[in-house]
Design a protein around this ligand. Structure first.
Ligand code: ATP
Ligand code: MG
Length: 298
C-alpha cells in the first residue's frame, strides 16, 4: 500500500503529542490540526500525519503501514517483545532519540516495606501495563514473579490488594508518593524516538526522510545551544576564553575606534550561568548577551 506521500504516525492526544507537533513545525512542516481527523495533510510537503493512540504506533511501523513514527521507547520495546513472542513482524529502524518524553519504567513497592535489592521481589505479584519488559528484567536477574495486567490506575493496585508491587512509568515520583509507594528498581530509561518501517520505499521518500532528519538534528541542536556575544579587553582574551563554555573557535572582531577591546562571538552548547557572567565582568567584559538560536545547520 505505497503512497507517494510520506506517512508519519504520531500520538493524537497525550504526553507526546504537543512536543511532536512542535518538532515537525520547527522542521518546516506546515499543517493545521482541525477537529477529530485521523489523517492531516501537510500543506507544503508530501507528508501525511496519522493521529493515533500511542499503543498503535509500533504495530503500524512493524507492519509497514506507515513510514515513520514517534513513540516512547517503553511502548516500542514492549510491543516489539510481545510481537516477537507471537512470531509477528517486530522489526523497525531507530532513526534517532528525541529530546522529549523522558521517563523511567520502575518497580515500586510499599513505602514502608523493607527492601534490600531485587531478590526481595521473589514470588511477588507485580501489577503493570508492561508485562514483557517486566519479564525480560526479572528473567535477566533470575527472580520469580507473577503479573497482574492493568491498563490504568496501576498505582492503586497494592492498596486495592491486587498486587504486592507495581511496575509503571515515573517522571517525578509524585504519583508514587501520593499512593504510599517508593521506587525500588529502575528497569528502563525511556525517551521518545523517531522510528522508520523496514519496508522498502521509493528513493524520493527516503530522500525526504534524510532531509527531515537533518532538520530535526538542527532543531534539537539549536535548542541546546546559545549564541554568546560580549566585548572584552584585548589583553584578557585568553582568560576570558577559558571561562566560556565551548570557546575553542570564537569569532574575535575589532571594535571600531577602540584598539584595547574586541568583540567575541561564539556558539555554545551550554547555557552561560550568572556566576560565569559575573566572573567575565570582573575580567573587564561588558555588553554580555546570551541569545537563543532558532535553527542550525553544520
Ligand atoms: P494513548 O491515549 O495515546 O494510548 P497513553 O495514556 O497510553 O496515551 P500518555 O500518558 O500520553 O500515554 O504517555 C505517552 C508516553 O509519554 C509514555 O508511553 C511515555 O513514553 C511518555 N511519558 C513521559 N513522561 C511520562 C510520565 N510521567 N508518565 C507516563 N508517561 C510518560
Ligand atoms: Mg497508550
Amino acid at each position: 500500500m505505497q503512497t507517494q506521500r510520506l506517512r508519519i504516525a504520531i500520538q493524537k492526544k497525550g504526553r507526546l503529542s504537543k512536543e511532536c507537533q512542535d518538532l515537525l513545525k520547527r522542521c518546516g512542516v506546515k499543517f493545521n490540526m482541525v477537529g477529530e481527523r485521523l489523517v492531516v495533510h501537510a500543506e507544503n510537503m508530501p507528508i501525511d500525519l496519522l493521529l493515533v493512540r500511542d499503543d498503535d504506533i509500533p504495530g503500524l511501523i512493524m507492519d509497514g503501514v506507515v513510514d515513520l513514527g514517534v513513540i516512547g521507547e517503553n511502548e516500542l520495546e514492549e510491543v516489539s517483545l510481545e510481537r516477537s513472542a507471537r512470531h509477528e513482524a517486530s522489526d523497525y529502524l531507530k532513526l534517532r532519540r528525541l529530546d522529549f518524553g523522558g521517563c523511567r519504567l520502575s518497580i515500586a513497592i510499599d513505602k514502608d516495606a523493607d527492601y534490600n535489592g531485587p531478590q526481595d521481589l521473589n514470588g511477588k505479584r507485580i501489577a503493570t501495563t508492561y508485562p514483557q519488559l517486566v519479564k525480560r528484567y526479572m528473567d535477566n536477574i533470575g527472580v520469580q514473579f507473577t503479573t497482574c495486567m492493568l491498563n490504568g490506575s496501576v498505582e492503586v493496585a497494592p492498596r486495592a490488594g491486587l498486587a504486592d508491587a507495581i511496575c509503571d512509568l515515573v517522571s517525578t515520583g509524585a504519583t508514587l508518593e501520593a499512593n504510599g509507594l517508593k521506587e525500588a528498581e529502575v528497569i528502563l530509561r525511556s525517551k521518545a524516538v523517531l522510528i522508520q518501517s523496514m519496508a522498502v520505499i521509493s528513493a524520493e521518500k527516503q530522500a525526504l526522510i534524510e532531509r527531515l532528519l537533518i532538520r530535526i538534528q538542527g532543531v534539537i541542536q539549536a535548542k541546546e545551544s546559545k549564541y554568546i556575544m560580549l566585548h572584552a579587553p584585548t589583553d584578557r582574551l585568553n582568560q576570558i576564553k577559558q571561562l566560556l563554555p565551548g570557546a575553542e573557535d570564537p569569532t574575535v572582531l575589532p571594535l571600531a575606534g577602540d584598539k584595547s577591546r574586541v568583540a567575541i562571538h561564539l556558539v555554545s552548547s551550554e547555557n552561560l550561568f550568572w556566576e560565569t557572567m559575573e566572573q567575565l565582568k570582573e575580567l573587564g567584559a561588558s555588553s554580555i548577551l546570551v541569545l537563543p538560536i532558532e535553527k542550525m545547520m553544520e
